[in-house]
Design a protein around this ligand. Structure first.
Ligand code: SR1
Ligand code: MG
Length: 408
């Protein structure tokens, strides 16, 4: 697909900055020390701009096609949703997403805070590194968004107006297809190692799995609870460990999939990616790291619960949304998270868009890791909601993973 607007290049960035009044002040085009294109996701161009003595910034430009498959058109309007969601998330969860500096709807560019002193969490997890506190920070992020953008935080009319302003059908369709449909049918996007064919058939053909995935897809499509991130995997998280000069920092980024959806989808995205990271660690014989990673699920959930409960007294209309509603809602989020976690883990080992956690393993280890992920996904889907203590649920998942992944 051809672009009807100018695609940025490293060489064009100084001129672009000069053309944007909001950016000239932040990154003087005459004082640039470096411009690098660093995008490593499936969709966009990302330029890191550094200046002498300044804070620098990041330019993210949407392409009118999938970056890793230019024959696949996709609306560049997605960064309008990203800019809008970033503004909202900065307001309700300050310090947990990048600051936004500028939005250029004509060139489909969003400018935001440079977080080059952070690193992508997936890579750190793959290396066996422990960023203590990140899982809890993300639970607090999801809670602040879940409350602040919901009926509870906005009231009835505020919520309806926000839902209407945030409909993001093209990006939702990608998730509906890639996460909830393609792994469960024969599809050209699916890539299955011969040694995993029985594992995939057992998972995707299981009637309990199919019923639960259908229900999870329906929830994704219809439960307009809050302006969720929509793609909160560990590659959408930046982490920085505490040092003598700087405190710990965790930021969720890449919010172009944001829409009004079920809050449990964001928690589940994290849980599913913890499962992938643990499967990798076990395949490489690092039981200690696997156990630490699986413990993150309880940390994310506890922080989510505590933050949401702390915000609850400020809810709109406590006449109807009494305290009895809170526990029921949290249980609903938990069940959605278990199902979404399964869907998010399974799609990464069957369908389009794979993850380095698994793909960089040698083939024998990869086969065993994929087998473990699919067994864990089944447990999450079919029994997850009935095991409402995350420590218990993820202990069970750890045993199941170890049985499938650890060499005999
Ligand atoms: C065609 S986009 C494939 C995937 O990349 C994003 O990160 C989302 O996870 C999406 O499903
Ligand atoms: Mg992304």
């Amino acid at each position: 697909a051809a672009a009807s607007y100018e695609i940025l290049t490293v060489g064009a960035v100084p001129g672009y900055l000069a053309s944007r009044p909001a950016l000239r002040r932040l990154a003087d085009p005459a004082a640039l020390t470096s411009v690098r294109e660093v995008g490593d996701g499936n969709l966009n161009l990302v330029f890191v701009v550094e200046t002498a003595g300044g804070r620098g910034l990041v330019l993210k430009q949407s392409l009118p096609y999938v970056r890793v498959d230019p024959t696949w058109p996709i609306t560049p309007e997605r960064n309008r949703y990203e800019a809008a969601a970033l503004r909202v998330h900065n307001a309700v969860a300050p310090g947990l997403v990048p600051e936004i500096y500028d939005e250029d709807p004509a060139r489909h560019v969003v400018a935001m805070e440079d977080l080059s002193d952070h690193r992508v969490w997936r890579g750190a997890l793959n290396e066996g590194l422990r960023h203590e506190g990140a899982a809890g920070d993300l639970g607090r992020y999801v809670a602040r968004v879940a409350f602040g953008t919901s009926v509870f935080g906005l009231g009835a009319k505020g919520h309806k107006a926000a839902v209407a302003a945030s409909v993001n059908p093209d990006l939702c369709e990608i998730t509906e297809d890639l996460v909830f449909t393609e792994p469960y049918i024969r599809h050209e996007h699916n890539r299955i190692l011969p040694a995993n064919e029985d594992d995939v058939a057992a998972y995707a053909g299981d009637p309990d799995v199919r019923a639960a995935i259908g229900a999870a897809k329906l929830a994704f499509m219809t439960h307009a609870e809050a302006l969720i991130h929509g793609d909160l995997h560990t590659g959408s998280v930046l982490v920085r460990a505490e040092t003598a000069g700087a405190p710990r920092s965790t930021r969720a980024f890449d919010v172009e999939f944001a829409f009004y959806g079920p809050v449990g989808f964001d928690i589940g995205a994290l849980w599913g990616n913890y499962v992938l990271a643990a499967a990798r660690a076990l395949a490489l014989g690092d039981e200690g790291h696997a156990s630490w990673v699986l413990g993150l699920a309880a940390q994310t959930w506890a922080a989510f619960r505590e933050e949401f409960a702390a915000l609850w007294p400020g809810r709109a209309d406590p006449r109807v949304f009494g305290d009895g509603v809170l526990e029921g809602y949290l249980a609903k989020v938990y069940g959605d998270a278990a199902a979404a976690g399964a869907a998010k883990a399974a799609r990464r080992v069957i369908g389009f868009s794979r993850v380095t956690d698994i793909e960089t393993l040698p083939e024998d280890e990869r086969v065993r890791a994929i087998r473990g992920v699919l067994r864990a996904a089944r447990l999450l889907l079919v029994e997850g909601a009935a095991l409402p203590e995350p420590a218990v649920l993820f202990d069970r998942l750890g045993d199941l993973l170890a049985g499938a992944v650890t060499p005999a």
